[in-house]
Design a protein around this ligand. Structure first.
Ligand SMILES: Cc1cc2nc3c(=O)[nH]c(=O)nc-3n(C[C@H](O)[C@H](O)[C@H](O)COP(=O)(O)O)c2cc1C
Length: 161
């Protein structure tokens, strides 16, 4: 697939089959993701590999679609609000890279935002100043939902003089 096909055909996956994710594949996707743009090369992403006890405590409504792997993706603290925002932006790029790398390999990701809630931050042991960008279920899809149409991009463009 071309990069454009990969971007257009990626879907949020909410139901995974039992096939495990090989450690070397996960490492390869995460390594690819780490080539995301990041200001001053500060590489502000940190990852928590969520084990079964912690996962049960998160009590997600579908247990992340029964994904074989669950990762929490954190964005590092920064001395100013501006730099903290930059970190969040860079980590979002990291996550998108990961989504696309997994999709190219036939896998998929469920991006859930519940990790940002205070009680879930506590369950994950997230230190003050960190942002939780997402809790990601990763696996091989059992079901791939149809793409929902996007707004024509023309309507999002403003031309400045
Ligand atoms: C920051 C962020 C948080 C999200 N959180 C959730 C979530 O908590 N639960 C959920 O079902 N989907 C979540 N999603 C996935 C979106 O619902 C999904 O991307 C959107 O419906 C478009 O579908 P697609 O990814 O298949 O194109 C999140 C996506 C992003 C970027």
């Amino acid at each position: 697939m071309s990069v454009i096909e990969i971007m257009k055909t990626r879907r949020t996956i909410k139901a995974f089959g039992p096939r495990p994710i090989e450690e070397q594949d996960l490492q390869a996707w995460l390594t690819a993701a780490s080539f995301a743009p990041n200001h001053r090369m500060n590489e502000p992403w940190e990852l928590l590999v969520v084990g079964p006890e912690t996962r049960a405590k998160l009590n997600h409504k579908t247990d992340f679609g029964h994904a074989p792997v669950v990762l929490a993706v954190l964005s590092k603290p920064a001395p100013t609000a501006f730099e903290r925002d930059e970190n969040v932006m860079a980590v979002s790029c990291f996550v998108q890279n990961l989504l696309l790398a997994a999709h190219e390999a036939g896998a998929g990701v469920y991006w859930a935002s519940l990790g940002a809630l205070p009680h879930n931050r506590a369950i994950l042991g997230v230190q003050e100043g960190y942002d939780v960008i997402g809790v990601l279920g990763i696996g091989y899809p059992e079901d791939v939902p149809a793409a929902r149409a996007r707004t024509p991009i023309d309507s999002k463009l403003t031309y400045l003089a």
